[in-house]
Write a protein that binds this ligand. Structure first.
Ligand code: PMP
Length: 331
């Protein structure tokens, strides 16, 4: 789908996957006007396909585009493009539980001219890939490491936008964390390097033993204050945990409280969540040279319950009481 100042959004078409050519002066290559989304379609028990919360992804793409002074795509057009892509050959849609079709809408500036200003032309390309949850990784717990000298986002920056630059900002630190044997970076805030934010592509939740209530637990997650992604999965977890009778609050969490909680056993579980990985346990957390295992390092009962509940809704084996699934019908 293309956008120009003269014509608005036009020319929606479905085409075979192929390389695209670009003028070397294209604005996206120089100034980074590039935003994207990631959403999934799942096979339903009656054989049909359904998109998971596509309107929420459409809204977030529009918000990301606004932050980068790009054209906003109307939700109807976004939904139409996703539905046409899934329907064109829904034989792509994997049958196995846990699998889905991952859609990647990518919007870039396409005008070729070297001035520092927003583009007058954009293209949004929707790509589709069959995907396992976690892109092929089993639901084994991951380990995370904080960074003391780099940040992913700052107040007033672009942390809440799903723009390519945010991922570029995280690559070096991820590479360093992986070289030290950790799976992911646990990002802290950019002012005090103290408050826990998120991973490079997932939001985080903490399961605390509630001392007031015997054997009770409560969930917390960092608040969205402009520096972290408003994850669609995060929103699902908040809703579902509440329904499962687990209290959830959005509250700032200092890294030292997290490390101390893991050591004392008050932090009983931690998990990360996102469209690609769904829900995955965090078994180990490190801040500098301080490295602690959370619980027994394995997926805990709360994490497993939330994960199963969400996956059952996605695959249509549990009632979709929130209207999160949107059926894709062939015309
Ligand atoms: N944080 C970041 C930085 C992300 O890239 C993502 C993936 N979009 C998420 C969190 C999780 O968001 P969602 O649940 O909407 O996929």
């Amino acid at each position: 789908v293309d956008w120009s100042a003269e014509r608005g959004w036009s020319d929606l078409s479905v085409e075979p996957y192929a390389p695209m050519t670009m003028d070397p002066g294209t604005l996206v290559l120089h100034y980074g006007q590039s935003v994207f989304e990631g959403l999934k379609a799942f096979r339903q028990p009656d054989g049909s396909a359904a998109l998971f919360r596509p309107a929420d992804h459409a809204r977030r793409l529009a918000r990301s585009a606004r932050r980068l002074a790009m054209a906003e795509m109307p939700a109807d057009l976004f939904l139409d493009a996703c539905a046409q892509l899934v329907a064109v050959d829904d034989g792509w849609l994997p049958e196995e539980p846990g699998q889905g079709l991952y859609l990647r809408p990518l919007m870039i500036a396409t005008e070729a001219e070297l001035g520092l200003r927003d583009s007058r032309r954009y293209r949004c390309t929707f790509l589709a890939y069959p995907a396992d949850p976690c892109f092929g990784r089993a639901f084994t717990p991951i380990s995370v490491l904080t960074s003391a000298d780099t940040v992913r986002a700052v107040r007033g920056g672009m942390g809440e936008a799903k723009c390519s630059g945010n991922y570029a900002a995280s690559l070096l630190t991820r590479k360093r964390a992986q070289a030290r044997g950790y799976d992911e970076v646990l990002w802290l805030d950019g002012l005090e390097f103290r408050w826990v934010e998120e991973l490079s592509g997932m939001n985080v939740f903490f399961v605390w033993r509630d001392d007031d209530e015997r054997h009770g637990v409560r969930l917390t997650t960092p608040p969205c204050q402009g520096t972290i992604m408003r994850g669609v999965t995060r929103d699902c977890v908040i809703t579902l945990a509440g329904e499962l009778g687990i209290p959830v609050t959005e509250e700032p969490t200092p890294i030292d409280a997290l490390m101390a909680g893991a050591r004392s056993g008050r932090l009983v579980e931690m998990f990360a969540c996102g469209t690609a990985a769904v829900v995955v346990a965090v078994g180990r957390i490190a801040d500098g040279d301080d490295d602690v295992t959370i619980g027994d390092g394995q997926e805990g009962v709360v994490t497993a319950r939330v994960r199963h509940t969400l996956m059952e809704i996605q695959h249509g084996s549990r009632p979709d009481t929130h209207g999160w699934l949107r059926s894709v019908r062939k015309d």
